[in-house]
Every structure is written in structure tokens, then in C-alpha cells.
Design a binder for this molecule. Structure first.
Ligand SMILES: *[C@@H]1O[C@H](CO)[C@@H](O)[C@H](O)[C@H]1NC(C)=O
Ligand SMILES: *[C@@H]1O[C@H](CO)[C@@H](O)[C@H](O)[C@H]1NC(C)=O
Length: 390
């Protein structure tokens, strides 16, 4: 009991210390539905060895500042063009040979571009959370859209096709509410739904509830076969096939870990913990040197500021928080630490880039390497950033 009182006390201190006069702290709404689950996080990973804090990210520079709001996903074509999806549903193309050259590719939702300008998280506008090209096909950009499912954009004609509708009848009584990322093995698309309960605009409540509502699916574009591979995942929000295509790595955000699910070989169908991450991770991407980049959206470095460390074992308190605190306010107290870690294919951290005091970027959601540069984006930033790798 003492621990509970101590943690509530700490939480109150954080709330009061971080409260800015011009924002509302309290927004009571007892109709908000919430059912938090008990969660016992793995032991916190220490920032030592290859994860030791540094200031490397402070040398990064901005791309599209003020224009690229909330970039959560990135993909490169074979011509040095970087694609990213942002908060109001737009996909942008950035010519990395001249980073002022930024153009709109499309809007993922059905609304008009005029309507969606200056909006954020609207179902009508769409919300791209995962982008990928298939190997050797740079004409079609595949999108995991939080509201609509898996889409395919033909970059020559602009034609937008729904590959898997989030409300496809085969999902039964549990349509996808929060499609988040995808990857390929030839004709098979692997993709994740973060939650069958809440949509992307309620991501913070979904995070605080920490219920295992995520699923992994596969879909074959040739045979039209859809399969549920895994369920009861904790806020899965990134996935990456290993280079040998034998397994899938999945970021389980609210468990602060990466799972490996075997799709081939003797271990087929098994799941193991691949790595415990130093915080709540996001999109995973393979680098050009066959390592993995894992951005840490919310770090667990300062225990004081990590709600799930503080209140994971006290779901009732989290239920109250959701009913009485302002959503924007809760977002504003997320620790502002920038961290992206690199892992080898055995799950060992081999490198990390930090921005401990948010000089350039924090709450990193997505990272990708291209021609010896590291590109980064964050759900909470209004830019992409780029850093030379040495
Ligand atoms: C709340 O979550 C628990 C699991 O943590 C589940 O057993 C229960 O059925 C849920 N209750 C409601 C009303 O959804
Ligand atoms: C870079 O792109 C901007 C915006 O499209 C353009 O005005 C400028 O001329 C380009 N610079 C070069 C060197 O091509």
C-alpha cells in the first residue's frame, strides 16, 4: 500500500510541476469508457554500454519544419525520395537531394485536401502509420492507415486501392480499429492492428489501459487468404521481418519489449522475447547493414515520468486519470527524451543516439537509414530530422 501512496504522490507532484498556466489540467468526463489492466513491466533496462546516454542527436537538422506535423512512418524509393505520412492524413514526398523540395503525394482518407489541411487525427482524412515498398516495386506505395486498413497508392497514376479494408467481414465482430504497420514476404503482407477496441485518436487512453488488444495478421494478395497469426498483443505498433524471412519482430509498446514470432523453420508458430527495450518503442526498421532501428517513443529512463512504471499495478488509479485529466495535458507531461537504439539480429543493443534534453527531437516514433544518414520523425514533432552517420 505504501508504494501506491508514494506513486500517487509522485504523480501529483509531476502534474503540478508541469502544469502550464494556459493549459487545462482537469477535464472531467465520467462517460469516458476505460478498463485498465494490471501490467507488470519487465525490469528496466539500464542505459549502459551501447545504450549509454550521449548527445549525438543534437547535431541533427530539420526537414520540412512546420509542415510535416506528426510524421510516424517513412519509406525510401530507389531514387532518394523519402515518403512520410503525417497527422492530417497526407503522404508527402521529400527529395533528399534537395530537402526543400517537398510535395504532397496523396491523402489517405476520402475527404478533400482543403478540408484536411490543419486537421489532426480525423477519420475522414486518414492517418498513415506504416509505409513500405515491396522489393523491386517502387511504383506502388503500401500504407497501413490507422482508420482504413492496408492501402496501395500507385505513384504514377495516383490510384488508391484498398487492399485490406479495416472492416473486412473476415475480421468478424472485431474489425481493425487501429491498423499500424506492415511488411512483406513476396505476395504475403503481414500487418498489425494495435487495438480492436479504440481508434488512433484515442491512442493515449489505449496506452494507459495497457490491455492486450493487438493482433498480427497475414494476407496473401494472390490467393486472397487472410489469417490471424497472433492475438492478445500489448499495443503492437511496429513490425519487421528478419532478412531471412523466418520470423517477424513486433514491438509490444506497453510491455516495453520486442517479440519474435517464427513463421518458418523448426520454431514455426513459436514466440519468444527478442529484447527488452529502454522504453516504450515504436516502428522497427531494418537498416542497410542488416541491423534494426528501434525508436523509443516514451523512455523509462526517469521512472518518475513513466505512468506505466508508476501505476502499472494500479489499474483503478489509471481509470480515474482518464476520467478526470485533460488529454492534451497528459500528452504534455510525456518525458521529452530523444532516443533511438540499434540492435543486432540476436537482440543485443549495438548502438544508440540520444537527445537527452529535447534540443532537436524527442518521443521518436520512426527512424530509417539511407546512404549513411539517419532520418527521424515523431508523432509529437512538426518536422523530420536528419543526421549524418559516421
Ligand atoms: C476489463 O478487463 C478485464 C481484463 O483485464 C476483463 O476480464 C474484463 O472482462 C473487462 N471488463 C469489461 C467491462 O470490458
Ligand atoms: C530545391 O527545391 C526548391 C523547392 O522545390 C526549389 O525552389 C529550388 O530551386 C531547388 N534547388 C535546387 C538546387 O534545385
Amino acid at each position: 500500500m505504501f508504494e501506491l501512496y508514494k506513486n500517487i504522490y509522485l504523480l501529483l507532484v509531476i502534474l503540478v510541476l508541469n502544469h502550464e498556466a494556459n493549459s487545462s489540467l482537469i477535464s472531467i468526463d465520467f462517460s469516458r469508457k476505460i478498463n485498465s489492466s494490471y501490467i507488470n513491466l519487465p525490469e528496466q533496462v539500464s542505459l549502459i554500454g551501447n545504450l549509454k546516454a550521449n548527445n549525438k542527436l543534437e547535431k541533427a537538422s530539420y526537414i520540412g519544419k512546420g509542415k510535416l506535423i506528426g510524421p510516424e512512418c517513412m519509406a525510401f524509393d530507389n531514387n532518394d525520395n523519402l515518403y512520410t505520412g503525417i497527422g492530417n492524413g497526407f503522404i508527402y514526398k521529400i527529395n533528399t537531394k534537395n530537402i526543400s523540395d517537398i510535395t504532397i503525394v496523396t491523402l489517405t482518407g476520402p475527404q478533400t485536401q482543403d478540408f484536411c489541411e490543419n486537421k489532426n487525427f480525423m477519420e475522414e482524412c486518414g492517418r498513415p502509420f506504416g509505409l513500405r515498398f515491396k522489393e523491386n516495386d517502387y511504383e506502388n506505395l503500401y500504407v497501413a492507415d490507422a482508420f482504413y486498413g492496408i492501402l496501395k497508392i500507385n505513384l504514377k497514376t495516383g490510384l488508391k486501392t484498398v487492399v485490406i479494408d479495416s472492416k473486412d467481414k473476415r475480421f468478424g465482430g472485431k474489425p481493425m480499429k487501429f491498423t499500424n504497420d506492415l511488411d512483406f514476404d513476396q505476395d504475403t503482407i503481414y500487418f498489425i492492428d494495435t487495438s480492436y477496441e479504440r481508434g488512433a485518436n484515442d491512442f493515449l487512453f489505449e496506452y494507459l489501459e495497457a490491455q492486450p488488444r493487438g493482433r498480427l495478421f497475414s494476407y496473401n494478395e494472390k490467393t486472397n487468404e487472410l489469417n490471424l497469426l497472433l492475438e492478445n498483443l500489448y499495443f503492437p505498433n511496429g513490425l519487421q521481418l528478419t532478412p531471412d524471412k523466418n520470423s517477424i519482430l513486433i514491438n509490444e509498446n506497453t510491455m516495453s519489449r520486442i517479440l519474435e514470432y517464427f513463421i518458418k523453420g523448426d520454431q514455426k508458430g513459436n514466440t519468444r522475447v527478442f529484447a527488452i527495450t529502454p522504453g516504450f518503442g515504436d516502428t522497427i526498421r531494418l537498416t542497410e547493414r542488416n541491423t534494426l532501428l528501434v525508436p523509443i517513443g516514451v523512455s523509462r529512463i526517469n521512472k518518475l515520468f513513466s505512468v506505466l512504471d508508476l501505476l502499472g499495478k494500479y489499474p483503478t488509479i489509471r481509470n480515474i486519470i482518464v476520467k478526470v485529466l485533460d488529454f492534451g495535458y497528459v500528452l504534455s507531461v510525456i518525458p521529452k527524451y530523444g532516443l533511438i537504439a540499434e540492435y543486432d539480429l540476436k537482440g543485443n543493443p549495438i548502438n544508440s543516439w540520444h537527445d537527452p534534453s529535447n534540443k532537436i527531437i524527442s518521443s521518436i516514433s520512426t527512424g530509417i537509414t539511407h546512404k549513411n544518414k539517419l532520418y527521424l520523425g515523431s508523432l509529437l514533432s512538426d518536422f523530420l530530422s536528419v543526421l549524418d552517420l559516421d
